[in-house]
Structures are given as C-alpha cells and as structure tokens.
Design a protein. Sequence first.
Length: 311
Amino acid sequence: RLPEKQKASESPLSWFRGVYLPPALHPLNKTFVKGGEWQDIDSAQEKRRAFLQDFCRKYNSRKKLQTHLVHLVSRIYVEDQHKVLYCEVPKAGCSNWKRVLMVLSGLAASANNISHDDVHYGKHLRKLDSYDLKGIYTRLNTYTKFIFVRDPMERLVSAFRDKFEHPNSYYHPVFGKAIIKKYRHNADEEALKTGSGVKFKEFIQYLLDSHRPVGMDIHWEQVSKLCYPCLIYYDFIGKFETLEEDANYFLQLVGAPASLKFPKFKDRHSSDERTSTEVVRQYLKELSKEERQLTYDFYYLDYLMFNYTSP
C-alpha cells in the first residue's frame, strides 16, 4: 500500500510505471487432458514456450521494456469461470476465440450463433484493465494466460485485404483517405472523398512512415506491442497455422465442456480465398526489394519471438 501522502501527490497511472514481470516457466496443468492423441501438440507447445522464454531471457538481458501496467494488459480478455486470460491478436482467430470465451462464461450456448458485431461491439467480455490493481495482479499470477499468433506477413496481408479491399465505414474514411492523400500522386476527387481503393504499396508506405498521417491500428500492430510476451509470461502459445488442433487442446487443458469445439468457420468474407503463403507472395510482388526488407524489419521481433521463418 502507498502512504496516503504519496497517494495524494501521484497520479494513479504513475503507480504502474516501470512494471517488469519476469517470465517463469510454469508447468501447464494437464489434469483435464484425456486421451493420448494430444502428445504431438503438447510437445510442440512445450518447445514454443521454452523458445520464447529463452529469447526473452537473452533480449531482456540487454533491454528491459517499461510501460504502464494498465497499458500492458489492455488487450487481455478475462474469463473468470475457467480462470483464463486471452491476449487478442487480430487476424489470428480472435473473433472465434471471443465467441468461445462467451460460451465458456455462460453468455452464449453455442459459438456458432454469435454474430461478428456481437463479438466485437457487444462489450460482453471484460478486459483485464477494467479491474483494480489487486484484481489485475491476482489474475496475472493465478490464471492460465494464452495467446494465438500468426506469421507476421500473412497477418499483415490478411488485415489489408479485410479492411481495404471490402467496403468499410471506418477504415476507408479514417485510414484510406489519409493514405491516398499522402501517398498517391494525382489522386482523383472520388478516391480522396471516399478513401476507397487503397493499394497495398500505399498501405506499406503508410506503415513504414515514421510520420504517419494517421496512427497505428491493432490489426497490423506488432504482437510484441499488443501482448508484451517478454513482460507477461503466456502459459500457452497457439499458432494460426495449427489453429484448430492447438485451440481444442487448450480447451481440454482448461476443463472446457467436452461439447465445445473451436469454430471452423471464417468470420467474414467467407467466399474469399484464405490468406496463404502464395497469396502473400502475390502482394509482396507489388513492393520493391527495399520495401519488403523494411516490412520484415518492422515485424522483426515477432518473427524472432515466435520462431517464424523470414519470407
């Protein structure tokens, strides 16, 4: 507890300055896991956890990141009944994960009947930053923390396709207009007015610009800045590339109902081809060699932390 005098003289946010939570490799509780078919997935999981911890140990020996605790946990969703914390990484299965959390918490009977808008705008799930300091620390120290990640370039291209290649009442007027205005020479009036039709190369110019005309967005922010994997130790690291197997194993780990399986459906634009390695390759062709290298550099930490192969 802070002395009353100190409490009065400091702003609440200053209490969280310089938070550093050293990672510690805790064994996963496998009490609920039934059947031997999860052995390979469990083995891959242990390797990912050990790899990330090893990376963070080396990285943090040179530089300890500092930030406010409230900001640190602002992307983490809480499910109190099964004692889990989920750090949301957009374009890595997050919509379906939020559906699953709603089912786990008793807010819905099935993940299949929850709309996209209900998931993202319904405010049914609490975030960790909505709790008081004691509530945050208690959950960080006692709940099972999990994260699902994706190859950074696939995630980036998926975000671009979703937000800029389909009608969007937020991303076109807010991001599209600013991007076209700054990076398209001789842009026509219609494009400047609507913000529609942003090209991938223009989007990358915006991403790499240190003087961006509009800020960053969680859909293409680095995972290292969304979930702080070297400050918050995640007990389970799932990958989009093995989403279904990883997710269903995790559900067993936390004692979810046997009937609950991770949804297989694509949340939006279901007729579109999924963003694959080949799809990414086609988009990267629009960039110069230097732009490709700078984009990789932008996501360098994410590539290293989660052991993804550079493109």
